[in-house]
Design a protein around this ligand. Structure first.
Ligand SMILES: Cc1cc2nc3c(=O)[nH]c(=O)nc-3n(C[C@H](O)[C@H](O)[C@H](O)COP(=O)(O)O)c2cc1C
Length: 195
């Protein structure tokens, strides 16, 4: 049986991003049960309808990666109680139809959201905004369990690497397993019945 393809989209372009590190810990938790890939999108231009058609090469690339994945797992920071503009820009590109026949590549895709921040909100306010956007775009969001990790600096080792406290790690593990169940249920619904 083919492995589920999870595409992780991190809402931070920062090299040492805690959210990127969180995504890599999630990848580790899931291990060889899935194909887990991080989407690189630093080269996607700012949305500008003057350059929308034909789509710029980086936009074609990210759309192809989203299209060929089964599900998306977002890992988002919180910027001023919102998710970052780079993530909104990427989603705006993904939200547009590729051509007259095909729907946008994110239409109907199952999605999960997690996040880690320096502040006490743990990205929960940013995540609520992201849910509003993704629901509008007809994504199939797993709303529970959510992972919102506050006070990132308390979860680092002496080299500044994200290690996660036991409690945060087990929340992430619980979410990863719940997401797999969520995806499997969606796949069952897609299997044609006998009659
Ligand atoms: C423009 C900006 C706004 C921020 N606003 C918030 C905020 O509203 N809440 C919060 O907890 N942290 C806030 N932060 C701090 C982020 O949590 C911190 O920079 C975090 O490390 C970003 O995620 P990353 O490590 O994945 O890049 C903000 C940072 C920036 C650059």
């Amino acid at each position: 049986m083919e492995k589920i393809k999870i595409l992780a989209i991190v809402g931070s372009l920062r090299k040492g991003s805690y959210n990127r590190q969180l995504a890599l810990i999630a990848k580790d938790i899931l291990g060889d049960r899935v194909d887990f890939k991080l989407l690189e999108y630093y080269d996607v231009p700012l949305m500008n309808e003057d350059i929308e058609f034909p789509a710029p090469e980086p936009v074609k690339r990210v759309r192809e990666e989203v299209k060929s994945s089964d599900v998306i797992w977002f890992f988002t920071p919180e910027y001023n109680h919102f998710f970052p503009g780079v993530l909104k820009n990427l989603i705006d590109w993904l939200s547009r139809p590729v051509n007259d026949e095909e729907p946008p590549v994110i239409d109907g895709k199952p999605a999960a959201i997690s996040g880690i921040s320096l502040g006490m909100s743990g990205t929960c306010i940013a995540q609520d905004h992201l849910v509003t956007l993704l629901s509008f775009l007809n994504m199939d969001i797993m709303n529970h369990p959510k992972v919102t990790i506050p006070h990132a600096t308390e979860q680092l080792d002496s080299n500044g690497k994200l290690t996660l406290k036991e409690e945060s790690y087990s929340y992430l593990k619980e979410q990863a397993n719940a997401f797999l169940d969520f995806i499997k249920r969606r796949k069952c619904l897609c299997t044609p019945s006998e009659d």
